[in-house]
Design a protein around this ligand. Sequence first.
Ligand SMILES: [Zn+2]
Length: 124
Amino acid sequence: MKRTIKLSPSNKRWIAVFAALLVCCILSIILIQNIGGRTAVIYKDGREIARVDLSRVTESYTIPLDGNVILVEPGSIRMQSADCPDQICVHQGMLHDAGRIVCLPNRVLIEMQHTKDAADAKAG
Ligand SMILES: [Zn+2]
């Protein structure tokens, strides 16, 4: 015995509504993650020394550290120069919304943070 389920027009409408809601949810999650994911946290010797919301940077500026110079630009951050022998941190390029730059010899870490952490920073 074979039965085919036919969708009535009202069922089809509900499916369309749910699909639209689902798309809205996914879009808002992506948007929230993009906003929250643009905070760069800079660590030196394992201690947090600066927190930069890259989405709010309007002009480029540098953060000089002992041995390193970090360049902050609108929407991105990178290691401009370093006195470490390997220069790996400088060659790691720019960070936009994810990832990290590590300078092992100078114990410097630049890390992009996730939505939850950014929200916590705002609340604190
Ligand atoms: Zn380095």
